[in-house]
Structure formats: structure tokens, C-alpha cells
Design a protein around this ligand. Structure first.
Ligand code: AMP
Length: 198
């Protein structure tokens, strides 16, 4: 079985948590553009230097950078059986480019899972994630503070939410599924698995 899926939702919805749990169960890798960017920042590459400031502001990194990264990544052998996109696409331009990439490689987009979580809960989760890092003696993510979170949510509403409309318009293909992301982590995972196992 080979399939491609998108985990969609606002910052703090649990995309990364769910993708991490699902990659073993489903046998396809989690491709997180946020993780790729943070790795580039940590390595101090040219791309990382360009991205760091943008990420700290809570803005979106340019489509050009993101598409260069993702198009290279999906060519890797571990993506042969499919992949799970976490945090991509975040703009209509990225969604259109993904369609093109899939078409060129003769692949399809099989599931778009929209994790629904209300804003108050998102705020709580991001603050909780920062505190957890501090408690563990680690440095929290530079964008996991109240101010940057507000900006990330703004970027989501302005640039990323329209992507949901993009997939809603293609309802006939049956790829878009909504999952209540306010539930327990295990329940959310089970709901996603149920969608995929049909
Ligand atoms: P995330 O780990 O998905 O929350 O992403 C952290 C930050 O990386 C975002 O706030 C953006 O600045 C940047 N980023 C991650 N993925 C993308 C993307 N697909 N398009 C633009 N910027 C992105």
C-alpha cells in the first residue's frame, strides 16, 4: 500500500505529535518542514540563517525555500511508499506546487487530515510545550512564546486557512477529513487510523 497524506491544522494542533506516532504504524515517514528548517538553523547553513529570523517573528518562510526543501526530500528512497506532510502546505502556492509535484511523479494525494482545536487550547498547549522544555533543562523553541504564537496564528489565519478552502473545493475527490484534535492524543491517533483503514 502506498499513500500520501497531509496533517493540517494551526500551530499547536498536534500535527507533529500525531505524525510522529503514525509514522511507525503506517510505515511512511513524517516530513516536517518546521523540523527541516530548525535543523538548518542549528547547522548554521545559509538557508538556516535566512529562515531563523522569519521563524522567530512567526512569519512564513518563502515558498521558494520551502518548495526547494520539500521537492528534494520527497525524492529520497524512504518516500517510495508515500509520506506524511506535517506543516506543509501552508500557502495556496505550496498546495498548487504539491499538486504539480505529485502529478509529475504519477502519485496522488490521498488524505488531508484537518485537526480542529480551538484557539484557547492552542495557546495553552504552546505555553505548556515551552514550560516542558524549560523543566527538562532544554531551551524552548524561540517561537513558543505568547507574542510569537499570536503572530503564528495570524499567519495561519491569513495564509494557511485558505489552503483548507482549496481542498474543500475538491470535496468530490474525498480527500479531506476533519478530526477533533481536542480529544486525548490516543483517541486522535485512533480516529486518523480509522480514516486511513477505511
Ligand atoms: P512548525 O514547526 O510547523 O510550527 O513551523 C515553525 C515555523 O517554520 C513556522 O512558524 C514558519 O516560520 C516556518 N515554516 C514551517 N513550515 C513552513 C511552510 N510550509 N511554509 C512556510 N513557513 C514554514
Amino acid at each position: 500500500m502506498s499513500f500520501n497524506m497531509i496533517l493540517f491544522g494551526p500551530p499547536g494542533a498536534g500535527k507533529g505529535t500525531q505524525a510522529g506516532r503514525l509514522q511507525e504504524k503506517l510505515g511512511i515517514p513524517q516530513l516536517s518542514t518546521g523540523d527541516m528548517l530548525r535543523a538548518a538553523v542549528a547547522e548554521g547553513t545559509e538557508l538556516g540563517k535566512q529562515a531563523a529570523e522569519i521563524m522567530e517573528r512567526g512569519d512564513l518562510v518563502s515558498d521558494e525555500i520551502i518548495l526547494g526543501m520539500i521537492s528534494e526530500r520527497i525524492e529520497k528512497p524512504d518516500c517510495e511508499k508515500g509520506y506524511m506532510l506535517d506543516g506543509f502546505p501552508r500557502t495556496i502556492g505550496q498546495a498548487e506546487a504539491l499538486d504539480d509535484m505529485l502529478r509529475v511523479s504519477g502519485r496522488s494525494l490521498d488524505y488531508v487530515i484537518n485537526l480542529k482545536v480551538d484557539n484557547e487550547e492552542l495557546k495553552k498547549r504552546i505555553a505548556g510545550r515551552a514550560q516542558e522544555a524549560i523543566d527538562a533543562g532544554k531551551e524552548p523553541r524561540k517561537d513558543d512564546n505568547a507574542e510569537t504564537f499570536a503572530k503564528r496564528l495570524e499567519s495561519y489565519n491569513a495564509q494557511t486557512l485558505p489552503v483548507l478552502g482549496y481542498y474543500e473545493e475538491r470535496a468530490a475527490e474525498g480527500v479531506l477529513h476533519h478530526v477533533d484534535g481536542m480529544q486525548e492524543i490516543d483517541t486522535v491517533t485512533a480516529d486518523i487510523e480509522a480514516i486511513i483503514n477505511g
